[in-house]
Design a protein around this ligand. Structure first.
Ligand code: C2E
Ligand code: CA
Ligand code: CA
Ligand code: CA
Length: 282
């Protein structure tokens, strides 16, 4: 009846309005956060399994909100992507990460380490021609060897695969930065992409380790995935390594490097720097 419809509407509308207000508020606050230095980077090491050497460091962004505390990227990256704020956010991450690597490489307490900086790139970045300029500018400002910067791109981002993406990837490649596929095994990856894309490395998604946990076929599947990556001429990094058995199993199966809570959670800058100063290997 008409009355029912109206009562439904009354229940529905305020909730919708509320959700939209919350979202508008979030977008406004995020814009301020990017401009007003509320973003921080945490750092997680990528470890060479055979030696324990730190071969890379992944920068992971967090939002230090003035009243709500530390907000994780899964809560605001999607909003940034939908609203176009991602380019400002991504450019902030790029410059902050590259500048941090420059500091580690020049400070006497940490300069003996030799590792690359990995940052996460959003699909929208590949669609912006200025992104290439942003990367070039950041590298010039820091005077870093371009090979020390590695961009992590999800399969989803790369596999949209239009002309502009291909142009951007090729241009980045020419700049000399490293390119890595992130979250491998979660999307619609195909062997032909692994062969064709101008990437050097593949980071296998952590779910491929945990989901296989109790499966009797796990060792064979891990070996097959690693073999596939190697056969394509690429190097494998496995993420989500949470215990010694996993680390040892991956090492003995020929995986070059690993990342995960077993080695370290993502750490704030001060803690990471202290660790670098005190240890030669992780
Ligand atoms: P991702 O690139 O796949 O990053 C790995 C995520 O797994 C991180 O979550 C990390 O803290 C977590 N992780 C690391 N080791 C382990 C482990 O052993 N076990 C488990 N269960 N988790 C582990 P985080 O920091 O919350 O980041 C989530 C996602 O947000 C990232 O996934 C990435 O897609 C995105 N992200 C983070 N920082 C940036 C950024 O600066 N720019 C963009 N565009 N995206 C970012
Ligand atoms: Ca990543
Ligand atoms: Ca990943
Ligand atoms: Ca992920």
């Amino acid at each position: 009846s008409k009355a029912d419809g109206r009562s439904k509407l009354r229940v529905f509308e305020p909730a919708m309005l509320h959700a939209r207000q919350l979202r508008n508020q979030l977008v406004g606050e995020l814009r301020q956060a990017i401009a007003g230095s509320q973003l921080v980077l945490f750092y997680q090491p990528v470890i060479e399994l055979a030696t324990g050497r730190i071969e890379g460091v992944e920068a992971l962004v967090r939002w230090q909100h003035p009243t709500r505390g530390l907000i994780m990227p899964d809560e605001f990256i999607p909003v940034a992507e939908e609203t176009g704020l991602i380019s400002a956010l991504g450019n902030w991450v790029l410059n902050a990460a590259v500048e941090q690597l420059r500091r580690w490489r020049t400070a006497p307490e940490t300069s003996r380490h030799d590792f690359s900086m990995r940052i996460n790139i959003s699909a929208a970045d590949l669609q912006r021609l200025e992104f290439i300029e942003d990367v070039r500018d950041a590298l010039t400002a820091s005077e870093l060897d371009p090979a020390l910067l590695v961009l992590e791109l999800t399969e989803g981002a790369i596999i949209q695969g239009n002309e502009l993406d291909r142009y951007t990837l090729a241009s980045l490649r020419k700049l000399g930065v490293g390119l890595e596929i992130d979250d491998f095994g979660t999307g619609y990856s195909s062997i032909s992409y692994l062969r064709r894309l101008p990437v050097d490395r593949v980071k296998v998604d952590r779910t491929l380790l945990s989901a296989l946990g109790s499966d009797p076929a796990q060792p064979a599947l891990i070996a097959a995935i690693l073999q596939l990556i190697r056969a394509c001429g690429l190097e494998a990094v496995w993420e989500g390594v949470e215990n010694a058995e996993q680390a040892e199993h991956l090492r003995s199966t020929g995986c070059i490097s690993g990342q995960g809570y077993y080695f370290s959670r993502p750490l704030p800058e001060a803690e990471f720097t202290k660790r670098l100063a005190q240890h030669d290997v992780w």
